[in-house]
Design a binder for this molecule. Structure first.
Ligand SMILES: [Zn+2]
Length: 407
């Protein structure tokens, strides 16, 4: 049987704290409910000691979300742990998530603590947290740049004190997949052994390897992955939930794991987040970008596939992208096409409608389903064709009048 991988969503904490992604309490609650519909195992709702707003948000999410575990982040001081515990009062499944850095760099310059002091801080924080929550997660910040022996010693202290989940973060997105899986194996052998303790990973995307590192860690024995919707998060972001989940689903031959995610809720969740924070994902973003299912065939007249499997490793429907095949098909008129473009945020001039319609008709002859993404790809083909003489001249560029971001 496939092993279950827990999905720990930190969109509302790590994601929300990144520039341009802040959410108010109502917005956090809307996202939290959607995350429950998506089927995440845990929602990290905030960092209660950081602000009154974070405290209130964790408290509200803890009271309203009854299915998922609700986690609150805290450092190791008693004040921090108690604030997290207070915010989680009334939660159906509370988890206190305490962390401290373990790399010498952080110890010396940020914490100004010795290794022995950090060991003791870890022990006391986990013991205190356990007084308030059955489920305590401990994270060793900057684990991938920590001395391995010392990292294992800190994690072992956390486990001895009662942590059920030990998290190995690649805080600065520095690790390589082979190196990271080796580290997770070492932690599994030296710290976990046959104890009922879950290894978690939390990867950042500074080198574009957050998802690859997370999957490598799963292969090495990690059973919880921390991630965010659309991969939002500090700097280059966190590992993207949708990519991790769909990689496991599409390549179950290579990755024999399962999650509790309802993949049909992926696209609606991504869209809700984009709408709330007012920030669309890049068009070519895997799984949820607007071009993710727009095939070359939508751009070129030849090379059209008669079977979607030629180019489609998963269907747009499988991740919840709405299918507009009933709206637009072979017999749709110019007016319907222009209207659909308008709904997508593109206002076309009559000659532009004619050009797009010509391409659309050719595509409709060959392809049964025409998605919004295909229409957008058609536009760029039309745009390129009409741009050619202008581009040779050098300066002018045809601009499509894009009324609003694609939602
Ligand atoms: Zn992080």
């Amino acid at each position: 049987m496939a092993q279950k991988i827990s999905i720990f969503d930190t969109t509302l904490r790590d994601g929300e704290q990144s520039p341009g992604c802040s959410m108010n309490l109502d917005e956090k609650l809307r996202m939290a409910h959607q995350l429950e519909s998506l089927g995440v195992d845990a929602i990290e709702a905030g960092f209660p000691i950081a602000s009154e707003g974070d405290y209130a948000a964790v408290r509200a999410v803890a009271r309203e979300c009854r299915e998922a575990t609700v986690a609150a982040l805290c450092r190791t001081s008693a004040q921090d742990v108690l604030r997290a515990a207070a915010a989680l009062e009334g939660a159906a499944h509370p988890r206190i998530h305490t962390f401290v850095a373990t790399s010498d760099l952080h110890l010396e310059y940020k914490l100004k603590k010795t290794r022995a002091e950090v060991l003791e801080m870890t022990r006391l924080a986990v013991l205190l947290a356990r007084d308030y929550a059955e489920e305590v997660e401990f994270s060793a910040e900057d684990a991938t740049r920590s001395d391995v022996d010392y990292l294992c010693a800190v994690l072992a202290v956390a486990v001895e004190a009662g942590a059920r989940i030990i998290n190995v973060p690649d805080t600065v997105g520095y690790s390589m997949p082979t190196e990271f899986s080796k580290l997770v194996r070492i932690v599994r052998e030296r710290v976990v052994g046959d104890r009922n303790v879950q290894i978690s990973v939390h990867c950042h995307n500074d080198l574009g390897l957050a998802v690859a590192n997370s999957l490598a860690a799963v292969d090495a024995g990690a059973r919880q992955v921390e991630c965010t919707i659309n991969g939002i998060g500090e700097r280059a972001g966190n590992a993207s939930l949708e990519e991790i989940v769909m990689a496991m689903k599409v390549r179950s031959d290579q990755l024999p794991y399962e999650t509790s995610i309802d993949t049909h809720q992926i696209y609606p969740t991504s869209q809700l987040l984009s709408t709330i924070i007012g920030c669309s994902v890049q068009p070519n973003k895997a799984i949820v970008g607007r071009n993710a299912f727009a095939h070359e065939a939508g751009i070129h007249q030849h090379g059209m596939m008669s079977n979607p499997l030629c180019y489609e490793i998963m269907t747009p429907e499988s991740v919840g992208v709405p299918n507009n095949k009933l709206v637009l098909g072979k017999h749709s008129g110019r007016h319907a096409l222009a209207l659909r473009y308008e709904e997508l945020g593109y206002t076309l001039a009559p000659d532009e409608v004619s050009a797009a319609y010509g391409r659309f008709s050719e595509l409709a002859d060959r392809k049964k389903r025409i998605y919004d993404q295909d229409l957008i790809a058609l536009l760029s083909a039309v745009s390129r064709a009409s741009q050619q003489p202008l581009c040779e001249g050098g300066a002018e560029v045809v601009q499509w009048r894009h009324a609003s971001s694609y939602t």
